[in-house]
Ligand binder design. Sequence first.
Ligand code: ADE
Length: 324
Amino acid sequence: SGEVSETVSTGSSAPQPHPLAAKKPSIKRTPNDFIFGKTIGEGSYSTVYIAKEVSTSNEFAIKVCDKKFIMKERKSEYIMREKTVLTKTNHPFIVRLYYTFQDSDRLYFVLEYARKGELLYYLTKLSSFDMNCSRFYAAEMVEALDYLQQQGVIHRDLKPENILLNDRMHIMITDFGSAKILKMDGTDKEDANAKPSSAQGHRRNSFVGTAQYVSPEVLNSKKAYYSSDLWALGCIIFQFLSGETPFRGGHEYQIFQKVCRLDYEIPEGFNSTAADLVQKLLVLDPTQRLGCKEMGGMNTLRQHTFFEGIVWEGLEKQNPPELV
Ligand code: ADE
């Protein structure tokens, strides 16, 4: 049935276990191993708390899901997706899952704590970012997306509220409940999540990410592409620099129409190099976006003039520019 397995494997694809992950116990944790603090996030089917592990004083973000609610609302697929992705990823810009456990009523995901919260908070506070900040945070996203693609993962709901920040102000991408997991080699678009055709009927078209960032191919419910995340990246870079998403409207369907028609305008005064990049990411055809396989891959994206000055090696060890 829709049972969610509670075992985390560190995954054979993980090259080096994270230091904290290495402390993964052979005995399952329980809620009593943590002191739960305030709520730091609320989703449609989960609540995230800050929590301190009693034995180590380490702080974590614990995502708690109500089992009855998940079964009633048929959300177990989302939970399993998220767990599958987080179990196989090991990257500084992807939120880490340390342990999972459950009690009779709830599921618990013990996650890396993003001390500085959502990138959206800073974007809202500052209205927009300068070129230097936009370039740096876009570069970290490029690194994360390249890694996800290598792992066969399409996020499908990238947006500033799913980009968290650690204590050093580096990004941590979260919320993989909407992710699509493709075959590992990344060369085909075979859908590893596909239901048998009999089950497909009532599920088809069920997923659309967030209107402002959704790509035309996801809207038209065609195949998922890695470059659907590149579309979202284009929307996010536009938003970093202008403070607004490119496709806006009073209702979702108005946004959807604009997306499908590529109906957006580069604002006056928008940096011309950034405009060139945005125009090469916001392309209706998913095989024609800068950075996609057909267009020469992620290195081609890294080489765009927008990223001039970025030292791609070891971004996570660099000091991010102060957000202004
Ligand atoms: N909100 C949701 N997930 C979070 C995390 N891992 N850290 C901080 N806040 C969060």
